[in-house]
Design a protein around this ligand. Structure first.
Ligand SMILES: [Ca+2]
Ligand SMILES: [Ca+2]
Length: 366
């Protein structure tokens, strides 16, 4: 259990992209425009990441060097923020082999994590959900790693489609893991779809949505080093994952079930029932081992639930988000939105429809 005044609690309260963080930082997406050249071509490099092992990277050859720039996915670029909170320098490399354990190669390794996970996120949204980029218009994301100094946090700025990742001062690791990158970029998807507010129940649903899709992206990557799990940020911090989905309150902060006061809590605590709903819908209640990790998900009323699988649960949540949710959607309306989405996708008499209703009831949203 986490003590309320521990450093970890402070981190929870600010972690992963609040509206205040977004407005506090004006990023310049054009910082590296001068580094680009019209005469290069896409290339495939090799990245040595901090969190995901050795991974392929789509890079860009200028003819004399390589850049962390992906012209096959909306010109996504990855920059070194050089421990500042503005500007940044596009990562370049002479031989297209990136990262590693040495210095300065280790600075590149954080860029590898971000560039890789941002490409996976693009492929997930396009391949699984038919969405063309975070904004839906084919434009890519600008990522910046080594943001700030001793900044164990990350955030997304929709105004420039820019994602920023700091480094944890304890472990020295970048925050740009598959699930955190997926979480941050999903804040961009939310901004382009439902536009869920940042406070109250809509704020909780926004953070829940980011954790749900971030987790789906981690599973989608099928990476043997960072295997899929229902934890958020499990690879970064010395004291374990930030949040979990099967039993949210085990982080010492989140709520497992809806209650009348939930809209008065911070958005991370208030996101607990959304995460828990998704886990129950996907995997069901009670003990279960997934990728060698043991879970045991409880229900509000002691009901025993069967899951429909993560793939269908993701499709239902995304359709609800992109079709029925709005800036003011609360938990009761999220239940309605997901039921409408389940009816659209699988029919109003489907097994899926019934299990959506049961999973909401199991987190006390009736
Ligand atoms: Ca993992
Ligand atoms: Ca995870």
């Amino acid at each position: 259990m986490t003590h309320p005044t521990s450093p970890r609690r402070t981190r929870l309260a600010v972690l992963l992209g609040t509206a205040a963080a977004l407005t506090a930082t004006a990023l310049t997406a054009t910082a590296t425009a001068a580094a680009e050249t019209p005469y290069g071509a896409a290339a495939t490099g090799t990245g040595h990441s901090q969190h995901s092992g050795t991974v392929p990277l789509t890079t860009y050859s200028t003819g004399s060097a390589y850049q962390l720039r992906d012209t096959t996915r909306g010109n996504q670029r990855t920059l070194d923020a050089m421990n500042q909170t503005g500007g940044g320098t596009l990562f370049t490399d002479p031989d297209n082999d990136w990262g590693g354990t040495g210095t300065p190669a280790n600075r590149q390794s954080a860029g590898v994590d971000a560039h890789y996970a941002t490409a996976v996120t693009w492929d997930f949204y396009k391949g699984v959900l038919g969405r063309n980029g975070i904004r839906g218009d084919g434009t890519g994301v600008t990522s910046r790693v080594h943001y700030g100094s001793n900044y164990p946090n990350a955030f997304f700025d929709p105004s420039c489609s820019c994602a920023n990742y700091g480094d944890d001062p304890v472990t020295g690791k970048t925050l740009a893991t598959l699930d955190i990158v997926g979480h941050e970029l999903t804040h961009g998807v939310i901004a382009s779809t439902a536009g869920l507010g940042s406070a109250g129940e809509p704020g909780g649903l926004g953070e829940g949505t980011a954790d749900i899709l971030g987790t789906a992206i981690e599973f989608f990557a099928d990476n043997p080093t960072d295997v899929g799990d229902y934890f958020i940020g499990e690879r970064v911090f010395a004291d374990g994952p930030l949040r979990r989905m099967d039993h949210p309150s085990l982080d010492g902060h989140s709520r497992d079930y809806w209650s009348r006061d939930i809209g008065t809590l911070d958005a991370y605590a208030a996101s607990g029932p959304a995460r828990h709903f998704f886990y129950l819908l996907a995997e069901g209640s009670g003990p279960k081992v997934i990728n060698k990790i043991a879970y045991d998900s409880p229900t509000y009323d002691g009901s025993k639930l069967l899951g429909i699988g993560q793939d269908e649960a993701v499709r239902i949540w995304y359709r609800a988000l992109s079709t029925y949710m709005t800036s003011t959607t609360n938990y009761a309306r999220a239940r309605t939105a997901t039921l409408m989405a389940a009816a659209d996708l699988y029919g109003p008499s489907s097994v899926e429809y019934g299990r959506v209703a049961a999973a909401w009831t199991a987190v006390n949203v009736r």
